[in-house]
Every structure is written in C-alpha cells, then in structure tokens.
Ligand binder design. Structure first.
Ligand code: SF4
Ligand code: SF4
Length: 434
C-alpha cells in the first residue's frame, strides 16, 4: 500500500489531524495514534476497521495504482457520456438592468430580438434528434440571457415541447434559471413552477446600499428590495432551490454583516444557499468601480472569512469540495450546449451571443469549432495540473481561460487547509478543537 498523492493533511490544534482525499472526496479525523500508524503504513490486527476506512476513502491505495491514469480514464469516460443532455438557452439577450460590471456587450445585445418561431422549431428538432440518436435519459435546461424572463413566452413554448419529447422518449426533464429576479411576481412564479423550473440562481451584491450601486435598472435606480421580494415569493414553493450568488469586492466584504441581517430579518436564512464569486472586471465592465479585488490569493482568504461568517450566523452552505470528473460541462459533447436567440450554438455561456465564437447552429448541428472544446482541450496537457494535488477537485480550472492563455488556478489553492477546516466545522457545527 502507499499514500494517495491526493491526500491533504491538516493538523488540528488539540488532537489529531484531518485528512482529505481529492479522489474520493472523503474527509476523516484521525487521532494522534491513528495518524502515526497511517504515516508509517504500519497496522496491527486490531486496526482492521481503520485500514478498511482508509482504503474506502482512498487515503491509502495499492502500490501499483496509477492515480493520474485513473483520473484521466474517468475524465474520458464521463466526456463520452451521451445519456445526459444539458442545454443553456437564452430566449433573449436583452436585459432590463444596467449593472455596472456586466461582461456582456449590452449595446449590441439589447438589439437582439426574441428567439423567433422558426429558431424555436429548429431547436426542438435539434434536441429531438440528439435524444433519439443517443438514447438520452436526462434533459436539463438552464434558462439564461440577458434576462430570460423577458422571453417568458419562448420559455413556455419550448418547455412544453421538451416535456413532450421527455414523455415520448422516457427522458427525465428538469429546469433551472439564472435570473436577476426583478420581474418575478406571484403570477410569474406560479407559471415557472408549472414549467418545472426548480432551481434559481439570483445575484445579491451586498447589503442594500452596496448592491444598489451596482445592480441597477437602466434609469439608475436600485433593485435590492425588488429582488428580496422575489426571493420571498419563490421560497414559498416546496422543492424550489434558491442559490444566491454574491460577487465579492471590498465593499461587499465591508458590509457583509448588514446583508446577513437583512436576509435573517426577512426570514430567508433557512431558505437560501449562498456562494461567492470574485467580482471580475471584463472588457465591457465599468472601469470606474474602484472596489475590485485583483489578487486571487487575497480573494481566497477573504472568501474563507465570509464563509466563516455564514457558519457563525447559522446560514446554509454548499461548500464541500467534492471531486469533479470534468472541469465543467463544456468539454462534454452534450454538456453545456448554449443556444442564443438566433439559434447559434456555443460551449460556454460566457460566449453566448458572440457569433464568431459559435460552434454550430440548431439548423445544421455542430461545426468543426466544437473540436477545440471536446477533442483538443485537455487539462492533462498542463504539467502543473498533472502534478497538482488539487487536480481531482479542480480538473484544471476554466477551459475557456486556459484556451485563451489566461489559465488561472481556482481560489481554493491559496486556502485549501482553512477551507477544509471550515468544512469540517460546518459539518460538525460547533466543534471546539479548531
Ligand atoms: S489549475 Fe491550478 S489548482 Fe487546478 S489542477 Fe491545475 S495547477 Fe492545480
Ligand atoms: S466560463 Fe469556463 S468554467 Fe464556466 S462554462 Fe465557460 S468554460 Fe466552463
């Protein structure tokens, strides 16, 4: 036996260590005695259970087990999986907001019209063909934009057709939406529920004052109160999951407690899950906003502090560092197929609407540009990733950034130990030996 190269050991202040394995995603607490045996790989008769657990968690693996090869084979196998079809559909590229940091080219995108009936029919045919040829079992649709709710009639029409395909070919259908939430009323929420949309990703960029400087209507007024109202409406539905994305900058960090106070006072604490992302400055973002956090290491430390604050205040988190089999769905042929209102296909939602980046059209299928995503790109071409202890958790990071020669390690690299300690603290709520 040998130790896995994907073990991360974190000493605890009082007794023993935490060990995390990236291949299996297991997190174990070992006593000092157990840790000594683990270190020396020396176990006695009485340690059968310990050895079994260490094997199950892949903390110890057979001498001849090639872990990198295992990850590569798993990656190739999942990439070839055609039983799941994942679509990201933008019924419109228009948006009713004028957020200062938006990465989309608003001047250009606001001229787009809604997806017309011809494109909708071509899209339904495109989906039906893939479902039939590949024996697809799961169809997942994420509604995206612009603001997808500006295209609600398109969402209704397409969902009805997709559900019919699901019934005819015995395919499980599910829907989600990335929305700014400003258009959600009780009536629209009811319609979305009937359309089987069960997950919503909604952005709140800090407390009211901080958010309302950035996520604004085109006339400059703030959206915070409207969004809180929308979250309350959605959260009254059983089985609906609401994920709040907070784009972090220095001002968000400064006023974070105020946001938590509001969410708590509004009774939303147990109805949402929060996650963080670094507020990025893109080509079309405002350059006058002075609160971007440029350094990823600084960001990752701040992110930990924010998660700790959530735990302290009893909010729900989705933070476990599960192993990934792929960096994202874009490298799978039938994963992350993004469709713009004119029917062009893309493999990354950041490219939706930029026709020169398209990888085909719903009327004709994929073109040769799709090859760079599903054939040419592989994280295993990068020496640093091949030798990296976080490879099974990160899988090389964002493929788009890598292909644009802007490859960046995930923020977690700068704070994995603290992150795992925090995860353990969350799982065991209130453990005192941290
Ligand atoms: S991108 Fe960075 S963190 Fe991710 S696997 Fe590669 S070297 Fe590791
Ligand atoms: S931005 Fe990167 S990680 Fe996200 S979908 Fe595009 S390629 Fe994948």
């Amino acid at each position: 036996m040998k130790h896995s190269m994907y073990n991360i050991v974190i000493p605890l202040t009082r007794d023993g260590v935490l060990v995390y394995n990236g291949l299996s995603g297991a997190l174990a607490k070992l006593t000092p005695e157990e840790y000594r045996k683990y270190l020396k790989l020396s176990f006695g008769e009485a340690d059968k259970e310990l050895v079994e657990n260490l094997k199950r968690g892949m903390f110890i693996v057979p001498e001849d087990f090639n872990e990198l090869e295992y990850i590569i084979q798993r990656y190739e196998k999942i990439k070839e999986d055609t039983s799941r079809l994942g679509l990201v559909i933008a019924p419109t590229m228009k948006c009713n907001l004028g957020c200062i940091y938006c990465y989309q080219n608003r001047e250009k995108f606001d001229e787009y019209s809604l997806m017309n009936e011809k494109v909708q029919t071509e899209l339904v045919n495109f989906v039906e063909t893939i479902v039939k040829i590949n024996n697809v079992r799961t169809l997942e649709v994420l509604w995206y934009g612009g603001e997808p709710l500006l295209g609600l009639p398109v969402i209704k029409n397409l969902t009805e057709k997709f559900m019919r395909i699901g019934e005819r070919f015995n395919v499980n259908y599910s829907g989600g939406m990335v929305t700014n939430a400003t258009l959600i009323t009780p009536k629209i929420a009811e319609e979305l529920y009937k359309l089987k949309i069960r997950t919503f990703q909604i952005t709140l960029d800090g407390d009211r004052e901080t958010h309302d400087k950035k996520r604004i209507y085109k006339n400059g007024s703030g959206t915070f109160d409207r969004i809180i109202e929308a979250i309350k409406i959605l959260s009254s539905y059983k089985g609906v999951s609401i994920v709040i994305r907070v784009n972090v900058d220095t001002e968000v960090v400064r006023n974070f407690e105020k946001l938590l106070d509001i969410l708590e006072n509004e009774g939303l604490k147990e109805k949402i899950r929060i996650y963080f992302s670094k507020l990025e400055k893109y080509e079309h973002s405002s350059s006058t906003w002075g609160c971007y956090i440029e350094n990823t290491k600084d960001y990752s430390k701040l992110e930990i502090r924010l998660y700790e604050k959530l735990i302290e205040r009893g909010f729900m988190l989705n933070i476990y560092p599960f192993p990934r089999y792929l960096p994202c769905g874009a490298v799978r042929k039938y994963g992350n197929i993004c469709i713009d209102p004119e029917g062009y296909l893309y493999k990354c939602w950041h490219e939706i609407g930029i026709v020169e980046k398209s990888v085909g059209h719903v009327s004709s299928g994929f073109n040769e540009n799709v090859g760079r995503w599903i054939i040419t790109y592989t994280p295993f071409d990068f020496e640093d990733c091949r030798g990296c202890g976080l490879l099974p958790v990160c899988m090389g990071g964002c493929p788009l950034r890598a292909m644009e020669s802007k490859k960046e390690c995930i923020p977690l690299t700068g704070s994995i130990e603290e992150y795992l300690k925090m995860t353990y603290m969350y799982k065991t709520r209130g453990a005192r030996d941290m």
